[in-house]
Design a binder for this molecule. Structure first.
Ligand code: 5GP
Ligand code: ZN
Length: 116
């Protein structure tokens, strides 16, 4: 998908507003518009890749930074010690709806396993 049609590229560029939680030169973390837990933050690379597999294949260092930032979000939200979940929905059957790779950081309540 061209980046000018991608919702999360528009959030990265500032064309679509979002509640920003953290930012690095290569990543952005912002609150999910439809939170599924008391903390529900999305961490994205600023560059466009459709899913985690594509990012892993193209730029391992940025994938690692996304995970590092997910942990920093959890620390900042005060949920790192209690526990939190990082999810990359990959593909339609897994529930991916926005095809710009994003890590969901979920916590602040007990989380069921296995997920639905
Ligand atoms: P996926 O289903 O692709 O794994 O996750 C996409 C996430 O993006 C969903 O949790 C959804 O609530 C969130 N989302 C969709 N549109 C927007 C938006 O415009 N702003 C923000 N902050 N989150 C969004
Ligand atoms: Zn994008």
């Amino acid at each position: 998908m061209p980046t000018d049609e991608c919702l999360f590229c528009k959030i990265v560029s500032g064309d679509v507003p979002a509640k920003i939680v953290r930012e690095t030169d290569r990543t952005l973390a912002f609150r999910d518009i439809n939170p599924q837990a008391p903390t529900h933050v999305l961490v994205v690379p600023k560059d466009h890749y459709p899913d985690a597999a594509a990012l892993a294949a193209a730029d391992e260092a940025t994938l690692a930074l996304v995970l590092k930032e997910a942990h920093e979000v959890a620390v900042g939200e005060g949920i790192a010690d209690a526990g939190y979940r990082v999810v990359f929905n990959t593909g339609a059957e897994a529930g991916q709806t926005v095809f710009h790779v994003h890590a969901h950081v979920l916590g602040g309540r007990g989380l069921n396993w296995p997920p639905g």
